[in-house]
Design a protein around this ligand. Structure first.
Ligand code: USQ
Length: 394
């Protein structure tokens, strides 16, 4: 299969590229280096230096013999998006790369992924909305015009649903109203501009499926944690970008980093916020299973991509237990919540669809968290305390 990964330089994009390449698929990655550039612009700090995409693809080829083709381009430009389906694409690596056939599958990660970034101010809100919606819309039109049988896997977010006082279904809800029934997208109520942009993505994709009979899987993902995947073990330079700062770091990765550097764990507010979490290894498994069992033509398929739920307080306590067992002096400090979100709420999402197609979860046990501690610990001296909490409010 030829798999095109939009956003192939990100936290999830690069591990996904290695995962499919290692299984013998033809893989092309495209990225505009948004994440790296934003980290530099906003002085976020990352745990370690990450080689460029071309450098990583060269290391990958040297170690495994597999080629990952690299394109540096901005997918908000419709011509860049369309070039992958017309064969007019310009490869950065390998420089003599033969032009590939159009992809069979597109995995769409090419979005600004941070809620705090989207609420820094109106400028960053606009960047989030324009990037995320234009990339998705360009993809929908490229498929409609050039290759409607391509299976798209879009990484959505559980945050689209918010924290409703009813159980969260996988994408759809059957509603009975005045004696009649119909099925609708599950009600959405996001708590950031970033999450709202993902709701609008979903609406664009649902329009495209209804109107042009495209085939799309929307993976409604919770916060991801972890650093290592089977492929990144091959060479330390293949590790994915790792953020622990307030803007791009997700909570579990942040807490472990904070514990290592002796920074009190930043539990926002009461810490009763409940989310569904998954290991980065399970993101790869889920995407892998979704590729193997694609949506049908004209189907908009949803999976809730989480493996288990935790409150923030539970995550902080787990980090404390594991950190102390490793000799770190870990303390928890509740800080005034910079976000507008429910701090104690009902949360009962359904998430059996991915298990039904064969995903076997890696749960966040003490042992698993210890492994992540041991991967981050060697970078202790590089951890910057000044980027951990700046209090980006909304
Ligand atoms: N939190 C803390 N302390 C911190 C950081 C976060 O208490 O230092 C809390 C937040 O207030 C929130 C929860 O932990 O209640 C999760 O926050 P997060 O920053 O790990 O995740 P979030 O902002 O929701 O976004 C992340 C990814 C995003 C993805 C989303 C899935 O950045 O791309 O879509 O997780 S979900 O949360 O299910 O919407």
């Amino acid at each position: 299969m030829h798999i095109l990964i939009l956003g192939g330089d990100g936290y999830l994009g690069w591990p996904t590229a290695m995962y499919f390449s290692g299984k013998g698929h033809d893989v092309t990655v495209v990225d505009n280096y948004f994440r790296r550039n934003a980290c530099t612009e906003l002085d976020c700090g990352t745990l370690f230096h990450v080689p460029s995409l071309s450098e990583r693809a060269a290391i990958w080829q040297e170690k495994t013999g597999y080629t990952i083709q690299v394109v540096i381009g901005d997918l908000t430009d419709p011509e860049v998006m369309r070039s992958f389906f017309t064969g007019d694409v310009t490869y950065q690596w390998p420089s003599n790369g033969a032009v590939c056939a159009p992809p069979d599958t597109v995995i769409h990660y090419a979005e600004q992924p941070s809620a705090p970034y989207s609420l820094l101010n109106y400028k960053y809100a606009n960047t989030t909305i324009s990037n995320n919606l234009l990339v998705t819309n360009n993809l929908m039109f490229a498929l409609k015009d050039l290759k409607p049988d391509t299976h798209v896997i879009h990484i959505g977010t559980m945050g689209e649903y918010g924290t409703p006082n009813i159980d969260i279904e996988e994408g759809w809800l059957e509603v009975e109203h005045k004696g009649r029934k119909d099925t609708f997208l599950f009600p959405r109520q996001a708590s950031s501009i970033y999450h709202t942009s993902k709701i609008m993505d979903t609406d664009l994709m649902w329009f495209a499926v209804r109107t042009w009979k495209l085939r799309i899987t929307n993976l409604m993902q919770g916060p991801v944690y972890g650093l290592e995947t089977d492929e990144s073990k091959i060479d330390s330079r293949l590790k994915t970008i790792f953020n622990y700062d307030e803007i791009f770091g997700t909570v579990v990765n942040r807490f472990i980093t904070q514990a290592i550097v002796g920074y009190p764990l930043t539990v926002y507010g009461q810490g009763g916020q409940t989310r569904g979490y998954l290991n980065i290894k399970d993101t790869l498994q889920c995407v892998g299973k979704a590729v193997q069992t694609p949506a049908k033509q004209g189907e908009f398929r949803f999976f809730n991509q989480i493996m288990e739920t935790f409150t923030v307080r539970e995550l902080a306590e787990l980090t404390c237990t594991v950190g102390r067992s490793l000799g770190y002096d870990v303390v928890i400090r509740s800080v005034e919540n910079p976000r507008k979100e429910a701090e104690e709420h009902y949360y009962n999402p359904v998430y059996h669809g991915l298990l039904d197609i064969g995903v076997i979860p890696h749960y966040l046990t003490e042992e698993v968290m210890k492994e992540i501690f041991l991967l981050i610990a060697p970078f202790k001296d590089a951890i910057r305390k000044d980027v951990i909490f700046k209090g980006i409010k909304w």
